[in-house]
Design a protein around this ligand. Sequence first.
Ligand SMILES: NC(=O)c1ccc[n+]([C@@H]2O[C@H](COP(=O)([O-])OP(=O)(O)OC[C@H]3O[C@@H](n4cnc5c(N)ncnc54)[C@H](OP(=O)(O)O)[C@@H]3O)[C@@H](O)[C@H]2O)c1
Length: 284
Amino acid sequence: MRVLVTGASGNVGRFVVKELQQLGEEVVVAGTNKQKLIGIFGSDVEAVTLDFTSPDTFKEAIKNIDRVFLMRPPHLGKVKDMYPFIDHLSEQSLQLVVFLSLMGVSRNPFPPHYRIEKYIEQKCLPYTHVRPGFFMQNISGVHAEEIKQQNKVFVPAGNSETSFIDARDIGLTIAKMLHQPEKHHDKAYTLTGKEALTYNQVADILSDVTGKDIVYDKPSMLAYRKYYIEERQLDPTYVTVTMMLYLMTRLGTAKPVTADFSEITGKEPTSFKQFALDHVAAFK
Ligand SMILES: NC(=O)c1ccc[n+]([C@@H]2O[C@H](COP(=O)([O-])OP(=O)(O)OC[C@H]3O[C@@H](n4cnc5c(N)ncnc54)[C@H](OP(=O)(O)O)[C@@H]3O)[C@@H](O)[C@H]2O)c1
């Protein structure tokens, strides 16, 4: 049987696909934009259209599938947008649904991931909740523009620390779980990198790797909001959600370091320095 990877074009999904293929699994990649998926994975991998907000796409996506990687697209504002697909999954005979959740949700009911985890459990699906910390790819993705153009890291996290994890490591862990579903039934794991760093340390590593003088700007929440909405023209709802996450970060919630990644994969997590070296072009 085959594994369905939702959000296959995303930061994590693309590495789930790659690692599952390395393990010899047959993968079906899903997203709202089939042409984008074919562009990324080629025509040898089966691509299906799946839109969580369009139930008429569900049946085809789940055909001959017995395991699922499930993620929540960040822009889907309402938690309930995810419920119809989860309902559909609960009517299938599945071995495992691995849900991409968020670090700390067991103690924090506010992020949507908390309610999605609970909904999956209520539906009696065989689940694994994967709760990662902040992705290193946030730095090479949404925050790269200021690093590249203005030599500054522009994140409202104060002096707090973050145990960043590489999305490549998350993808590897999730593929291992889907490959051996019986080992991970009804469990939750928190995935982090090997160390917690301040954004000053992030800026120092980026300076070292790029040869530029990159500093941490430490903006206030309001300055961050104004800049990201007015200058970068990002969706205000998305900016508000990230402000909430950086507020939690300031309170210390993003700094714990766990051993779950190493216990599952037998490997050391990727260091931020290695990540920066591998993605140096994003910062220059
Ligand atoms: N960034 C972090 O630091 C962090 C940390 C912990 C947890 N998380 C969680 O990780 C998740 C995001 O994962 P990611 O970064 O891998 O994703 P991403 O890069 O933001 O990609 C979003 C994916 O969702 C798909 N998608 C968009 N709308 C869809 C719809 N209506 N129906 C089905 N698929 C849809 C997109 O595919 P198409 O373009 O083909 O539609 C794309 O593959 C979020 O839930 C976030 O809260 C993030």
